[in-house]
Design a protein around this ligand. Sequence first.
Ligand code: DGY
Length: 433
Amino acid sequence: NNDLIKKAETVLNNNFKEDKGFTIPCEGLYPFQWNWDSGFIAIGQAHYDTTKAKREIEALLSAQWENGFIPHIVFHNDSDTYFPGPDFHQSKLHPLASKSHRTTGMTQPPVLGFVLKEIYNIIDDKEDILNFIKLNIDKVYHNHEHFYTHRDPNNEGLVYIYHNWESGTDNSPIWDDIWETMDPPKYKFERRDTTHVDAAQRPTNREYDYYLHLIEIAKAHNYDDAKIAELSPFLVQDPLFNTMLIKSNAALIELYELIGNSEDKIKTLKQWQIKAIKRFNEKLYNEKLGAYVHYDLRNEKQLEHISSSSFTPLFAGIPSKERADTLVKTLMDKFGTDDKYLCASFDPESDRFNPKKYWRGPVWINLNWILYRGLKSNGFDAIAERVKEESISFIKTYGFYEYFDPRKEVKDNAGYGGNNFSWSAALLIDLLK
Ligand code: DGY
């Protein structure tokens, strides 16, 4: 395992951009800084290079907007290997956008809160890391405040996303239900992703029309949250996204308690937590499916599909004991059968399941890491171990790919998407330590 850890460190170090102090997810395919990628990357770096872990987080926070918003991509550098770049996004249309950095005008699952807690746990010099956290924690708090003020129009404790790229599960079949409600024009654009990766493993051109159209609507209103809430055909309360926020709230509470003198913030965080967890269980659980699902806020209905996101609430202690049992039964009956590795990103029993295509079926290491932690903290130790072992084995057998084929019958080439993918390396380090 030491060899494997060394290899993982090499992947991360090769993807690290020394001058700006951040790590690209993958050469060519993703040549900038991505929000939740950097969070997972910092967890891996914390195990062997504290300075890099801190710089990673600082580089992301340096592009935070004045209203607390943290964008999904920070374009620290130029690159012509990725579309759509800063000229397409034009996030400076928003009056409070970062003055110093070019960014997108959308965000990604808010992992920074719990990442700060993870790296606090990992790093030995507690005084030094707590000083770092003191310098940065209010920025993360401000980010959560932004979510609850601007992304929760019904004031119910659940925040919405307005774009599939905000979900992190970029082309999940769940979004097909929303695409059916839209009819965007055919945009003229030049894909770059399919010059790096087999098109069969990436979204279709028509899917890109939907993605771009949602951005065009936001741009037409200068990325104004209220306008987006009013007009975006994509307006979804996502169980993975809200789980990340809830887990991060909990981590901020623990960190503020360590720091001291933060009673007001702790009080507010606790209020957010109670409200969010209650509403999450009322609104995002589907009894019939025995799983958490997405809620389509635009069309006021649940999107009745099971995905790897459905099981992530375990990570933030959201389900009751009884509900956790049902959830894990659903996981094992549908995703954990003898012919599959855990955990497919989408319901293998659905006809929309595609074991090779981006988020429509393959296994992702970050979702497995979240699932592993969630299963473990809820007492499902044996299944947690299985998720961990299968994650390690994918990387050992095929390399540091972006995603993997969940079917056991596929033997020679089960690693897909980008290779030398940073969070696969970072989280492998964490799993092996
Ligand atoms: C992509 O381009 O596929 C990215 O995942 C968007 O964040």
